[in-house]
Write a protein that binds this ligand. Structure first.
Ligand code: FES
Length: 97
């Protein structure tokens, strides 16, 4: 096992989980456009080296999705859509600038 410092000061985990059979899942609730918009916004801000936007599996509250977790703040953002990206940037990403 290697144990090295994480290069990112902030991570934004976007649930893109899919479930067959119509059960609640963020992937079926427009989570992908939000993920794409967050990735693009972080890149445009020039923060790809310090802020990581990554897809993840189920974060728990599927009925409230799409869900995002921001760390190290430990915030769970629910019902997120592409239109929320500016607010997420303002609250979490632009603090890196
Ligand atoms: S499927 Fe996204 S939180 Fe469970």
């Amino acid at each position: 096992m290697n144990d090295t410092p994480c290069p990112y000061s902030r991570m934004i985990l976007v649930c893109l989980n899919e479930r067959p059979g119509g059960e609640p899942a963020c992937g079926a609730r427009n989570a992908r456009p939000t993920f794409d918009a967050l990735k693009a916004a972080v890149a445009t801000a020039g923060l790809k080296e310090t802020v990581r936007v990554t897809k993840t599996g189920c974060l728990g509250p599927c009925d409230l999705g799409p869900n995002i977790v921001v760390v190290p703040e430990g915030r769970l953002l629910s019902g997120v859509g592409p239109g929320d990206v500016p607010a997420i940037l303002k609250s979490y990403v632009q603090t890196e600038m």
